[in-house]
Design a protein around this ligand. Structure first.
Ligand code: ZN
Length: 157
């Protein structure tokens, strides 16, 4: 039995809350990326979250580095921080599959992936207004891959 499985639901919620707060207070991979090959800006006007996401892809389309800057609520910062940890080292197509799985899991669907730490974001499903905070960095990543000049926004979902 895994350590996680021994925890009851309240313990799990506490654990997830701690993980979110930890990533919000100390976001991983925070700051500009000079070597970025792809970048996009994301905004969630409903909450005031904004972020700039930077990706460095190599010739084989593997994400060599992912970093972000921005301001926002704890959920959006934690989601962006977790995103950079998740997609670093992944080929582009797999990173985009993560986009699909994570956004599906947050908007009422089921993920076919073992979401690992990203399970911590699932708590927002009870709060529809916060779902956009959690999905914003992922939409921004997709925009960056598409090299869209426009700002990613969550309002048209
Ligand atoms: Zn937010």
């Amino acid at each position: 039995m895994s350590k996680l499985a021994e925890l009851n639901t309240d313990d799990l919620k506490d654990l997830y809350r701690e993980l979110i707060l930890d990533h919000a207070r100390n976001p991983r991979n925070f700051g500009p990326l000079r070597s970025a090959t792809h970048r996009a800006r994301g905004a969630n006007p409903l909450c005031g979250d904004t972020l700039e996401l930077y990706l460095e892809l190599d010739a084989d389309e593997v994400v060599r580095a992912a970093r972000f800057e921005g301001t926002g609520c704890a959920i959006s910062l934690a989601s962006a921080s977790l995103l950079t940890e998740t997609v670093a080292g992944l080929p582009r197509h797999l990173a985009l599959q993560w986009f699909e799985q994570v956004t599906a899991s947050l908007t009422g669907g089921r993920s076919e992936f073992d979401l690992g730490k990203l399970m911590a974001l699932q708590g927002v499903r009870e709060f529809p207004a916060r779902v956009k905070c959690a999905t914003l960095p992922w939409h921004t990543m997709r925009s960056a891959f598409q090299q869209q000049a426009t700002t990613a926004t969550t309002t048209t979902e």
